[in-house]
Ligand binder design. Structure first.
Ligand SMILES: [Ca+2]
Length: 415
């Protein structure tokens, strides 16, 4: 078969290849704007709605509410074509791009343990904790979140896998274009029973709390049994209150138990907020990759793993699906192997794209989007973003895709 990775355990969007030989501090470069190139091997085909073809939309039968009001016409999504351009290259393994609130700079999280900052020139080292990070396979520096008042307090947070295999969340303070290593403060530490399924996305929600996406601890088939436990920090969305006036962290009201806000996640390889919506790309086992969207203000969802993989019962046939959130969109292996999310477009350059959640498949390299209605749009064909490891948006809300070959690609409307 074409997809050799089918059947391998859960490769999230990180290749093991090359991890044992980190390029460390090789200097990334910013691509000159004048020579941007389209990554698409051919011009991106017109986006096509593809429910009912080889992909499966679960929306008609699951959680997406029926829409009764037509959206405001801002230009038809059908008429939009995207192209990509290489914005920067030369990273070891970029996995996330983040821009602080009201800050023109963008930051690239490199799995090797380095955060790079760019303000229009070649990226410079903002923080280097490579010596403390286990960079191997799915492990490494995986998350970065700027405090909502970063401009005022210089506080930012990182998520990484430490040399002993544990998840560590720490805060630092940034000083201009470089972080202060002496400001390091441990916030949270979590045991990891296996090297894979580390989650690793952290971001501040609209509620001002720090949200942390945790995988099920790894191995396969939720073998450690964390999927449906609200007393485990694994397989969960965590939600904690942090900040300059808080020593360590506090538990905000509204969690299921302690730090746990939601359960039933297998390996949320990125999530993002869009107003009241929380979008999650959850990597599947051997069969189904899924996108979930919930109203985070409306309670504590159960995302189903391992009772279900996507819209299918996983542990038993005829499982009890009551109370489980089903994906707004899913695709099966054969159409890909491992989902990489994701950002919701809210920039101004492509208003047609507003509200679309962008995601890619790590193995095949296609890029799609889906809205709350469950309709999926194909933007770039297989082979375009092979090794897609992460997404991000700049201060203007324009999107980027990161790939395991060390590049950062911007997306824009085709001219
Ligand atoms: Ca699920």
């Amino acid at each position: 078969m074409r997809y050799l990775l089918v059947g391998l355990v859960a490769a999230i969007a990180i290749s093991a290849c090359g991890s044992s030989d980190p390029k460390g501090l090789a200097q990334p470069t910013l691509a000159p704007v004048a020579t941007t190139t389209s990554l698409a091997t051919t011009t991106a085909p017109p986006p096509t709605e593809s429910p009912g073809s080889s992909t499966t939309s679960a929306a008609s039968t699951t959680s997406a509410p029926p829409t009764t009001v037509a959206p405001e016409p801002v230009g038809a999504l059908e008429d939009l074509q995207l192209e990509s351009f290489e914005a920067a290259s030369g990273f070891a393994q970029p996995v996330l791009l983040v821009s602080p609130p009201a800050d023109e700079r963008w930051f690239v999280v490199d799995q090797s343990g380095v955060i790079w900052v760019s303000s229009g020139s070649d990226p410079a080292v903002f923080l280097d904790i490579n010596a403390d990070v286990l960079f191997e396979g799915e492990q490494g520096l995986l998350g970065l979140a700027f405090h909502p008042d970063f401009v005022g307090n210089d506080l930012f947070y990182v998520y990484y896998i430490a040399s002993n295999g544990q998840t560590v969340v720490e805060s630092f303070r940034g000083m201009g274009d470089a972080a202060d290593p002496e400001s390091r403060t441990e916030i949270l530490r979590i045991d990891q029973p296996a090297g894979n399924h580390n989650g690793g996305m952290i971001t501040f929600g609209p509620d001002g709390n720090l949200w942390i996406g945790m995988g099920d601890g790894g191995g396969a088939n939720d073998q450690f049994g964390h999927g449906q436990r609200s007393d485990s920090l694994l397989a969960s969305m965590l939600r904690i209150a942090v900040g300059p006036d808080i020593d360590g962290y506090e538990i905000p009201a509204g969690n299921i138990a302690d730090e746990v806000w939601a359960i039933g996640l297998r390996n949320p390889w990125r999530f993002t907020f869009d107003g009241d919506d929380l979008w999650i790309a959850d990597v599947g086992q051997n069969k189904i990759e899924e996108v979930d969207v919930v109203d985070w203000t409306a309670g504590n969802p159960n995302f189903g793993w391992p009772i279900m993989e996507g819209t299918e019962c996983f542990q038993t046939s005829g499982c009890d699906q009551a109370g489980l959130v089903l994906p707004v969109y899913e695709y099966t292996h054969g159409d890909g192997c491992s989902i990489t999310g994701g950002v919701v477009y809210r920039g101004s350059a492509m208003p047609e794209l507003s509200g679309q959640f962008l995601f890619a498949d790590y193995c095949t390299g296609w890029l799609r989007s889906v809205g709350e209605d469950g309709q999926v749009w194909d933007w770039f064909p297989a082979g375009t973003f092979s090794g897609a490891t992460g997404f991000g948006v700049d201060a203007a809300g324009e999107p980027f895709v990161l790939t395991s070959n060390g590049s950062v690609f911007g997306l824009k409307a085709a001219e």
